[in-house]
Design a protein around this ligand. Structure first.
Ligand code: NDP
Ligand code: 2IT
Length: 446
């Protein structure tokens, strides 16, 4: 490791003990940025790298609620307001039992650079709870969301901090959260994104992260004269991101052969076509069942407790969670001929896996670039809310497509190596950093 990165990281680790995912995210960025900052001393003297690793504000609160049996339950609630240099705090809420301060800080840190890459004026934030929506009734989820918002509402606002969805937070939860915010403030504003279409939501927001990840992969493929046509694609996860990545890749002529959940994965060599995807959407979004049911219905193989990376593919679209591809998985993918990875999830690849991609010079789109389509359309939802005028599906989809192309161009600008290959990690990190850093310089020591 570069001794300057090592020294920088030793401070980060000392100041944020035990927050491993946060250290991992900061280190990946530091490896790209420490040399860049050395070449641009104004950033160094203003300690921008050090400053962006310290949240502007962390809010931690108790979320008490009564379950269906009348028993008192207590969860933790969080909101990390990471950086507001280029716009109000913006980022999702995650409801998952593994949620901790370190996980949310890694997500908020990534969000700052991601939001900057979108070209839209959004700062970065993230929040959530260790609440587990699995196995809870709709009533319990509503009661929990109302209690969560009863504290969060005083910290957020359409010009201050605008939460949205992430793992465990979809349309149902955003509805309950919005209803409670409106009731407490007596204001109908665009304080959350991912709202329903009839009450202030944007068309294409539901599809945006998955579609955007595929659009980004398409741009990467073009640099090698390739496309999605007839490609074999593996997707992990079966939630929001995975579903719409599958839909778009299939529409572009690919054959998506896997989907997964935290219990295992299904392998369908014939491809998950539109009808089968409708089954998945009903299974996951309405019945809230397990992916195994797909294998039973269509008579395909199900691999309990396994991830889909051993399946031979051309393109992989990780869409579940952090660190779901380790070094061994990455080697397997590359050895099986996978030459393009576009990350729908946040930080799904371990640092060792990323090393494998970079050494083999495959097309690797890191999450902060490849999955920025979700928050980009959230930004477009905010614009439509401010205008009080909705755009059509076609208009939003075209804007999303343009934003993904522009993020790709930024990566090319900052990430092209001497041998002509594109290091998208470096490109995304530097490209996302510059705008935030310049804004921070202009705004003084704040
Ligand atoms: P969902 O809750 O809709 O789906 C999550 C999926 O990932 C489920 O299939 C879930 O399986 C699986 N999963 C979650 N945690 C784990 C785990 N620890 N191990 C294995 N599988 C797991 O979430 P999203 O689709 O919204 O989010 C997926 C990823 O995309 C996350 O990394 C998120 O941060 C990222 N992302 C999301 C955006 C959005 O707009 N929603 C935008 C940008 C990035 P199970 O049901 O068994 O838990
Ligand atoms: O990780 C992410 O970019 C998201 N979960 C979406 C955030 C948003 O504000 O739409």
């Amino acid at each position: 490791m570069d001794p300057r990165v090592k020294q920088f990281m030793s401070q980060i680790i000392a100041k944020n003990p035990g927050e491993e995912e946060f250290h991992q995210a900061v280190q990946e960025v530091a490896e790209s940025l420490v040399p860049f900052v050395e070449e641009n001393p104004r950033y160094k003297h203003a300690k921008i790298l050090e400053r962006i690793a310290e949240p502007e504000r962390v809010i931690l609160f108790r979320v008490p609620w009564l379950d269906d049996k009348g028993e008192v339950q207590i969860n933790k609630g969080y909101r990390i307001e990471m950086n507001s240099a280029i716009g109000p705090y913006k980022g999702g809420l995650r409801f998952h039992p593994t949620v901790s301060l370190g996980i949310l800080k890694f997500l908020a840190y990534e969000q700052v650079l991601k939001n900057s890459l979108t070209t839209l004026p959004m700062g970065g934030g993230k929040g959530g709870s260790d609440f587990d929506p699995k196995g809870k009734s709709d009533n319990e989820v509503m009661i929990f969301c109302q209690s969560f918002m009863t504290e969060l509402f005083r910290h957020i606002g359409p010009n201050t901090d605008i939460p949205a969805g992430d793992i465990g937070v979809g349309g149902r939860e955003i509805g309950f959260l919005f209803g409670q915010y409106k009731r407490l403030k007596n204001e109908f504003t665009g304080v959350l994104t991912g709202k329903g279409i009839e009450w202030g939501g944007s068309l294409i927001r539901t599809e945006a992260t998955g579609y955007g990840t595929v659009y980004f992969a398409e741009e990467m493929l073009k640099t090698r004269g390739e496309s999605f046509k007839e490609k074999i694609v593996t997707v992990s996860g079966s939630g929001n991101v995975a579903q719409f990545a599958t839909e778009k890749a299939t529409e572009l002529g690919a054959r998506v052969v896997t989907l997964s959940d935290s219990s295992g994965y299904i392998y369908d060599p014939n491809g998950i076509d539109t009808d089968k995807l409708s089954f998945i959407m009903e299974l996951k979004n309405i019945k809230r069942g397990r992916i195994k049911k797909y294998a039973e219905k269509y008579g395909v193989e199900y691999f309990e407790g396994k991830k889909p990376w051993a399946v031979k593919c051309d393109v992989a679209l990780p869409g579940a969670t952090q660190n779901e591809i380790n070094e061994e998985d990455a080697k397997t993918l590359v050895n099986n001929g996978c030459f393009c990875i576009s990350e729908g999830a946040n930080m799904p690849s371990t640092p060792e896996a990323i090393e494998v991609y970079l050494e083999n010079k495959i097309l690797y789109g890191p999450g902060k670039a490849a999955n920025a389509g979700g928050v980009a359309v959230s930004g477009l939802e905010m614009t439509q809310n401010s205008m009080r005028l909705p755009w059509t599906r076609k208009e939003v989809d075209e804007k999303l497509r343009q934003i993904m192309i522009s993020i790709h161009e930024t990566c090319v600008k900052y990430g092209t190596e001497k041998d002509g290959t594109i290091n998208y990690v470096k490109g995304a990190n530097i490209g996302g950093f510059v705008k935030v850093a310049n804004a921070m310089l202009a705004q003084g020591v704040v």
